[in-house]
Design a protein around this ligand. Sequence first.
Ligand code: HEM
Length: 384
Amino acid sequence: MTTAVGSVFSAILDPVNRHDPYPLYTSLRRTPVLPAPDGSYVVSTFSSVAALLHDPRVSSLTDAPDLLGLPPSFLKLDPPSHDRLRRLATRPFGPPHSPHRVADMEPWLASLAAELIGEFPPSTVDLVDQFAYPLPVRVICGLLGVPLQDEPRFRAWIDEALNRVEPERQALGDLAEYLGDLVDRRIDDPGEDMLSALATDNGPDGRMTRAELVSTAVLLLIAGHETTVNLIANSCLVLLRQPLWLERLMAEPGLIVPFVEEVLRYDPPVQMLRWRTALADIPIAGTTIPQGAPITLVLAAGNRDPEQFADPDRFDPGRRPAQHLAFGDGIHYCFGAPLARLEAQLAVSALAPVLMRARLLEDPPVYRTSAVLRGPRHLRVALD
Ligand code: HEM
């Protein structure tokens, strides 16, 4: 039995199923906590995923090799080190110290979206290459103070690192070295950006060490755009496939807020969280996850759980409750969620009039290979 159900998870990881893993998630949920053949436990129902996201017996620590000797980022740490670094990173980004940072970005975000749309060629556009990717990259570069002209270099490293089933260590090491040089320049000559603020902060927790700063910069640069690309692209795909929602959005612009929230539920940019570890035996959903076992939390399967969402495969921005798992939950709840939401809302609103005259040229589109960060690699449309 373990092998048969275990093979469902293998099929989910297999890139041939990337265009539509949702029927496989339905099979997976039949065993809410699945012992996989490799000794890990795959968790797929809403209630079990949510419970484990809040469970202090589940650790995010990893024994993966360091990047050039750097400490893990706070994504991969447990309290108290996680909490200290997250507090430090929050000071220049959000409440209580910087409550307006994200909201103040709104006019700039809207102008970036308009600029990209203004550069579209007249007949055919790749909505990923020409919109969904460059927008979040410009945003995170501007926020952190990473020069946009270096994008081709870091794009190559990040592509190599993420679009494989197992991360490529050398590419991440090169990225860390590049960001280390940048951090050194910001320490000597700070600007208005977030890396400069982190490098020179004098708050109650003191400052991050240089190594912590570099790890945080790697985390923010990657997490800050690779996910939002998928959210914008997945939103476009819903609107192109279900034009009813496009018409509703054009008629009622305020619908964009619940629309983006429903895309986060229906087709989440981060499909699963891998490599958590049980610190103790954890009885859950009729199974006991043994101490030391690796755990995978399948957010995307939880988001389509019929026990939590009526008619879960239907796209419906009006559903209540709308709570989903796309940003995780608990102490690691997405740090950038307010920015990601605002960015996607503004991007999709700006793009809606263009989508009214767009036709999808390839359906399903080609997907990125990663089973974790799932989204279209290209989204080519013809403009009429
Ligand atoms: C649609 C876009 C996004 C999605 C779907 C997303 C999703 C997630 C998820 C699921 C987690 C939890 C990871 C875990 O529990 O292990 C997370 C954490 C995180 N996200 Fe996001 N994210 C997005 C955008 C962003 C942006 C724009 C930033 C930065 C500005 C960001 C920075 C982070 C950081 C730093 C963490 C680690 C938080 C912690 O460990 O305390 N994310 N994100």
